[in-house]
Design a binder for this molecule. Structure first.
Ligand code: GLN
Length: 447
């Protein structure tokens, strides 16, 4: 696609124009692709916490300043085998921690629909690049919603696969038991094609498993919805109701259910995620990678490196994680969170005995303004309850464009049992007859 130099130059100036407004890429890869296969020459973005040999791997953090990856993630290697080529690395909230793509050493990214607003996060650069048509798809990572929420904010499709369905080899760890590499794409078929290319067991990731379609043949066409949904903004509430009607119109039976555990999702998620983060981020000491501060002795150097290298949100989470794991208190916090996690999984299993899928809003509000007039860090965390539930349960979720709130898009999320991604893709395709997503103003088809 970009093999022809004239097209490549035209595309490059299109990208440059957009980048002044949205800052979605942190690095462009000048290397040509290998040009063979089903996705030959198709450029794509890679969130900058996923390794591509020879490119930076900043994770949006000062602490990895200047680090060049010596190896490539399995998902990227598998895409290389299809002929697709890495166009560049995409901006993110530092180590994947955030919902706005504002916590990055590279500066904030913006929403292509309205650059005064955030693109969502943490895979905000990936979502913005796809929405603006800079690339037809991008890889992101989803630990508590970081693919689905920015997909919703930017009006694109965002898949968080079943836990273990895509190798995490080469994904820089934030909270290993929750996260997955995911896909942001401008259309359902691209999303599915990319998932097909990257899924499956990988000897380099022991938590990866062979993917086998468990969607089955079902004629029930029942879709569960939450009985007691509150806290939605009026705009998101309206799109949610319309989507529900839309599914009814195309022949789905709506089954109201209650998810009693939903209120416990945020505390359980933030306990487990920060506990794992505090352990995973212990490796950044200034000894082996990236940034190194001065210090009088070894301990002083490590302290200074971590104080200067990590941003505020990351430090907060390391402290919180250390707190919940401290000696004698594990049962009060971490153990409890794990028990809640089991209950959440059980509740989802029950829901899926009576319905093929569950429909929920992806996020309670649409893309919010940058800075002070937007959402603060605490409000952002509370709003993760719809997305983080799927990470705790390990099930797949797909955010689909479902409507508009003023000048910005709103996504809805479809959830299904583990290894039932096909159900999500086919429902998303059906939903196109109810709602055809628009492209953002100024969008041009990638050529
Ligand atoms: N907003 C969530 C968090 O800040 C999601 C992060 C993610 O999925 N990486 O933890």
């Amino acid at each position: 696609m970009l093999d022809d130099p004239r097209r490549a130059a035209a595309h490059r100036s299109y990208v440059d124009e957009w980048e002044k407004k949205i800052n979605s890429f942190v690095q462009i890869d000048p290397r040509p692709g290998n040009g063979e296969g089903a996705l030959a020459g198709v450029p794509y973005g890679v969130k900058d916490n996923i390794a591509v040999k020879g490119l930076g791997l900043s994770c949006g953090s000062k602490i990895l300043e200047g680090f060049i990856s010596p190896y490539t993630a399995t998902a990227v290697e598998r895409l290389e085998a299809t002929g697709a080529r890495v166009y560049g690395k995409c901006n993110l909230d530092e180590f994947g921690m955030g919902s706005s793509c504002e916590n990055s050493v590279h500066g904030a990214s913006s929403n292509p629909w309205d650059p005064a607003r955030v693109p969502g996060g943490s895979s905000g650069g990936s979502a913005a690049a796809v929405a603006a048509g800079l690339v037809p798809f991008a890889l992101g990572s989803d630990t508590g919603g970081s693919v689905r929420q920015p997909a919703s904010f930017c009006g694109v499709y965002g898949l968080k696969p079943t836990y273990g369905a895509v190798s995490r080899y080469g994904l820089v760890a934030y909270a290993s038991s929750l996260e997955s590499i995911g896909i942001l794409a401008g259309d359902v078929d691209t999303c599915r094609q990319v998932f097909d290319s990257i899924k499956g067991e990988d000897p380099k990731d022991q938590t990866s498993v062979p993917w086998e379609d468990r969607s089955g043949e079902s004629s029930s066409r029942r879709i569960a919805v939450l009985e007691d949904l509150s806290d939605l903004s009026p705009g998101v509430d309206a799109v949610y109701r319309k989507s529900l009607e839309g599914f009814r119109e195309i022949g789905w039976e709506i089954v109201p259910v209650r998810l009693k555990t939903l209120d416990y999702v945020v505390p359980a998620y933030y306990t487990i995620a920060t506990a794992e983060a505090s352990a995973n981020l212990a490796r950044y000491t200034g000894i082996r990678y990236g940034y190194r501060a001065e210090g009088e002795d070894h301990a002083d150097m490590v302290r200074n490196t971590r104080s200067e290298g990590f941003g505020h949100e990351v430090k907060l989470r390391i402290l919180l994680g250390t707190y919940v794991l401290r000696s004698g208190f594990q049962d009060q916090y971490y153990g409890r969170a794990q028990r809640i996690r089991t209950l959440i999984g059980d509740e989802f299993s029950k829901v899926f005995q009576g319905a093929e899928m569950l429909l929920m809003p992806t996020f309670p509000v649409a893309a919010f303004p940058h800075g002070e007039s937007g959402m603060d860090a605490f409000q952002q965390k509370l709003a993760d309850k719809f997305t983080a539930a799927a990470n705790l349960a390990g099930i797949p979720g797909l955010s689909i464009p479902a409507g508009m709130d003023g000048n910005v898009p709103v996504g809805m999320q479809l959830l299904a049992p583990a290894f039932c991604e096909e159900r999500l893709f086919s429902a998303a395709r059906e939903f196109l007859s109810v709602y055809e997503p628009a492209r953002c103003p100024g969008f041009k088809e990638p050529s």
